[in-house]
Structure formats: C-alpha cells, structure tokens
Design a protein around this ligand. Structure first.
Ligand code: FCB
Length: 440
C-alpha cells in the first residue's frame, strides 16, 4: 500500500455552510407562510424550531465545528428579521446576528455571510416580491444596514444564494414560494436579482472597501450522453442557460439567456471571488418530444451511486468540471456548498473524500482555490423536501433537538486538522475508493 498525501495551501478555509431559514427556527418569512399552506412541503412538514439556532443552539453547533478542526463557517442573515415591516429595522435581531458572528470568531471560525438565501420578508413576498421594480433598491437598503453593523467582523459576503435555482424553483417549477410557473415573471426576477446583486456589491464596497463579495453560483454539471452532435447541443444549451447566464452577467453586464439579452451594465465585474455550490452531474440527451424541457432528457450516469431520495448522484468529476469552469473567471474560488443527503452515512465518507480530492487537483494546478464549506453542519430543513433529506455531518432528532455525531465528522475532522487527504485516512474511512484516490 502506498503512503502519500495531498496537501492544501496554508490558510485554506475548512468549514460547513448553513442558511437562516433552514436552521434558525421560529421564522416569519415567505417560507413559513408557504409551509403553513397545505400541500407545499413533502409530508406536510414545517421548519418549526429547525435546529433552534434562534433559541441559541448555534453556540453548541459552533462548538462542534470548532472542536472538530473547522476554521470557518458560512451562515446567512434573514432579511425578514432585520426588516420585519417595510422601513422598520429590528436592532435586536441585528444584535443577535452580531453576537453569532462574534461567537464564530471567538471559536476561530472565519465567517462568510450570505445576505439572501431563498427566503424573503413576508411584506416583500406579498407585495410582488422580486417582480417589484424597486426590489433591487429594497435589497440594497437592507444590505447597507447589515454591512454597517457587521463590517468589523465580516470580510466575505455572498449577496444572493443560487439565483439560478431560486428563479427556477420559485418562478418556473413553482415548488418554492411564490409558486409561479411563468416565464415572463422568471426572466424579470432573474434580471432583478442581477440588479440587486450589483447594487449590493457596490454598496458593500463603499462601506467596506476591503470586503470580498460574490454570489453562491450553483453549478449543475452536464455532459452529453452520447457522441451525437445533438446531445452536445442539448448539453450546451443547458450549460449556457443554467450555469453560465447569471455569472456571465456579473462579468459582462449582459444577462444572456440565449433567446433574450438584457443589459445590466452596473453588474459588470461584480464578483471578487467565485462562490461555487456543486452537488451533482446530469447526462443530457436531445429529445424532440420534450419541447417544454428545452428538447432534452436528463438523467444521472447509470453507473453512479445515488443518494437516499434520488436527489444526488456521486459524480466527483462534476466538481472537477465546475472548478475548471470557475477558474475561467480568473478570480479566487471558494466552494461555498457541497455535500450529500445520507441518513445512514454510508455514502458521505467517500463522497466527501472524493470531492475534496477533486479540489486538490485544482490546487495542484495552482488554481486559486481558497476554501471549502460542506453542506451542512447539522441536518436541517430542506425546503420543499422538508426533513426527508439528511445533509448534516451531525444528525438531528427534530423532536428532541439531540445531535448525533456521524462518522463523517471523523473524516472531515481528519482532513481539516491535517489540511490534507492522506492515504491513511482513505484506508481508514473509505478503503473501497483507495485506488481511485491514490492510483498506484
Ligand atoms: C442548495 C441550497 C441549500 C441546500 C442544498 C441541499 O441548492 O443552497 O440551501 O438546500 O441545496
């Protein structure tokens, strides 16, 4: 057996990612209202107390992260708490977040803060949400409040989490609030999100010139199923519409949807780093019968292992494609989310090692990859899928709030502490993939 290791650069950020609505509990926002309406969430579940972070349990979870070698944490701030009514600011809520972030720093966790992660204040949602023409302005006003309050402690900002997923799920598939299936609304919202990001980007830099600002880009890897040019065309279309359009706008100032181009000049060059969320890869095949799905069928590679509810296939090469893509922007890269739902923790140890191995391949090419945030620290409320998906390094008993340490904690702790993947680790935690990670 060979003995070897893959090292990461000094100062590499190792953390987990969370989002307000999914962990805080006691929310009053667009999602809590959506959960109250029948038929929206799998099995009628609700976030409820979630992981009870608003009740203070962030402290014990940050302890867990810090005590197991992590040195960073990505969390989000809920607009609905900061501005519960239009123009009314809740300073107490802001203080709580300030305390949370100070708590992260005290434990040696560098905070990366998301300003919008799928949830809106109720008043915003009920008055037209991101279709409102003034939504970018409203977002900027909220962002300024937060950044003024936290600028001493936070340098890494994610303005908006996964604009492509949000637009798709909320305005085309109708599975996120407001549950629309309306292409015109979707395009309008997409453009407003880009305008909102641009305003937030410039505002943050005015308040805090040294800040580093990005979005969390969701990259769904795609590859053509066969060598047929039609399959390539289909894959290409998907790549451009879903993966390229939004970050493209933040580079060029033009939101290019293929069939429509929208000029947003203020968005040009507004990512200081590339936040990258990667989970899985699709194989794409051209299909003339699927006009509503852009003439394509998608499926996971048939040989890939699939997660508990069929949500994610373990295809580490997809992360390699994602990194290659991100590197074209010639900015530092931070993997802002990556993980798998796996209640029994059978797949996660190898998923974790294989994906971190792909990151190391980029590091080995001297690509400027600065950190990795695992989704997620503790099982949390997974949107329209409710509690059916278990993404945590720690499991959660939703009734009792008890946390259950999974074996993956040991895996991740070893990686974080040694700032590397070693052959001993792979031998110990996932011997079945040894030859894939350390080919002889
Ligand atoms: C991402 C979301 C995150 C979580 C994971 C599983 O799309 O950003 O909140 O739900 O998927």
């Amino acid at each position: 057996m060979i003995s070897a290791s893959y090292h990461f650069p000094k100062g590499f950020l190792w953390g987990a990612a969370t989002a307000g609505h999914q962990v805080e509990g006691q929310s009053k926002d667009s999602w809590s209202a959506w959960e109250d309406a029948p038929g929206r969430i799998l099995n009628g579940q609700k976030a409820g107390l979630a992981c009870d972070w608003w009740g203070g349990r962030w402290q014990e979870d940050f302890d867990r992260a810090a005590q197991t070698g992590q040195n960073a944490h990505r969390l989000s701030i809920e607009w609905s708490r900061i501005e519960p009514e239009p123009g009314r600011w809740d300073n107490e809520a802001l203080d709580r977040y300030r305390e949370m972030i100070a708590g992260a720093l005290k434990r040696g966790l560098t905070p990366m803060v998301t300003l919008h992660h799928f949830a809106n204040p109720l008043w915003m949602e009920e008055s037209g949400s991101w279709e409102r023409e003034d939504s970018p302005e409203l977002f900027e006003r909220y962002v300024c409040r937060v950044v003024e309050a936290l600028k001493e402690d936070v340098n890494l900002w994610i303005t908006i989490n996964e604009p492509n997923v949000y637009m798709l799920c909320a305005y085309l598939e109708g599975v996120f609030p407001p549950g629309k299936r309306d292409l015109t609304a979707a395009i309008n919202v997409y453009a407003n999100l880009a305008r909102a990001h641009a305003r937030a980007y410039h505002a943050i830099h005015r308040i805090q010139p040294q800040a580093r600002v990005s979005i969390a880009n969701h990259f769904r890897a795609v590859r053509p199923e066969t060598a047929s040019p039609l399959d390539s065309l289909a894959a290409n279309l998907m790549q451009r519409a879903f993966n390229d359009s939004f970050p493209g706008a933040l580079r060029s100032g033009v939101l290019d949807l293929g069939f429509k181009r929208i000029s947003i000049p203020e968005a040009a060059n507004t990512q200081d780093f590339i936040g990258l969320n990667y989970y899985t890869l699709d194989q794409v095949r051209f299909n003339l019968l699927k006009s509503r799905d852009f003439f394509q069928t998608r499926r996971f590679p048939p040989s890939a292992e699939v997660s508990d509810t069929g949500f994610i296939a373990n295809v580490p090469e997809g992360l390699w494609l994602a990194l290659k893509w991100a590197n074209r922007y010639q900015k530092p890269i931070i993997i802002s989310e990556n993980g798998v739902e796996d209640a029994d923790d059978d797949l996660r140890p190898r998923y974790l090692i294989q994906h971190i191995h792909q990151i190391w391949r980029g590091v080995n090419f001297s690509w400027p990859i600065k950190g990795y945030f695992h989704w997620s620290l503790v099982d949390n409320f997974e949107w329209e899928r409710g509690w059916s998906q278990r993404f945590g390094l720690w499991g959660l008993d939703v009734e009792t709030q008890a946390r259950v340490r999974r074996r993956s904690v040991d895996v991740y702790e070893a990686v974080c502490r040694e700032n590397s993947i070693t052959s001993e680790m792979v031998e110990q935690f996932a011997p079945e993939i040894f030859k894939k990670v350390f080919p002889a």
